[in-house]
Design a protein around this ligand. Structure first.
Ligand code: IYR
Length: 229
């Protein structure tokens, strides 16, 4: 029996998709408003230690976890670090890696490219921000019997989930930074993640500190990033 609301394809249930429809004037306004709001997003390195309810973090992660993923495998784990002891461990390990990167691993050109952002190996935000979200990717899943099952387009999927997470954080009036203290293996050890998880990105989440300055940088002009065929 097939009803209006659902059909079966190859034995699998498909449910009727319903979406809001807007007229062209509304679409133009909504897309422009969304752009203007989004264009205010900045990567922030100075965090306030003001607390945030865990329910807010749960909502952010529920949003991120709506991202499209290869075969809908949702190959991610979002580890939320609230504990100051664990934050301290992460900071010590991250700063050790960053010192090596800034002193030995990064090329002259790379260091020159970062100069205008005023970054360095010190990462106080890893202890100041009320939460760190450490995102792990899962190249494969392990079932109860220990068998491995491959996931698909894992980097794309987890990257998309991180993008949605960043947009949800911005929507909440909170701030974050896409921090990549490479190599990130220490995060797997400190957070005792299973063997199929690899650290992907670390995002401190919180309020910006009261007097925060960000580099005076601009987005590329539309004609540099968009080509119409
Ligand atoms: N991960 C280092 C270095 C760094 C690299 C890039 I590419 C940036 O855009 C910013 C920083 C750090 O977090 O300082």
């Amino acid at each position: 029996m097939q009803s209006e609301e659902s059909i079966f394809i190859d034995g699998y249930k498909h449910i009727r998709f319903k979406n809001e429809n807007f007229n062209e004037v509304e679409i133009l306004k909504r897309t422009n408003d969304y752009f203007e709001w989004f264009n205010k997003r900045r990567s922030i390195r100075d965090f306030s230690d003001k607390e945030i309810p865990i329910e807010v973090i749960e909502n952010l992660i529920k949003t991120a976890s709506t991202a499209p993923s290869g075969a809908n495998k949702q190959p991610w784990t979002f580890c939320v670090v609230k504990s100051s002891e664990i934050k301290k461990k992460i900071r010590i390990a991250a700063e050790a890696e960053e010192r090596k990167s800034y002193e030995e691993r990064m090329s002259e050109e790379w260091l020159k490219d970062l100069k205008h952002l005023a970054t360095n190996a010190n990462k106080p935000f890893l202890e100041t921000a009320p939460y760190l979200i450490v995102v792990f990717k899962k190249p494969y899943d392990i079932d109860e019997s220990g068998k491995k099952h491959q996931n698909y387009y894992v980097n794309e999927s987890v990257g998309l989930a991180c993008g949605l997470l960043i947009s949800a954080i911005h929507n909440a009036g909170l701030v974050t930074l896409t921090h990549t203290p490479s190599p990130m293996r220490f995060l797997e050890k400190i957070l005792k993640r299973p063997s199929n998880e690899r650290a992907f990105l670390l995002l401190p989440v919180g309020y910006a500190s009261d007097r925060t300055f960000v580099p005076d940088i601009t987005r590329k002009k539309l004609d540099k990033v968009m080509k119409i065929y």
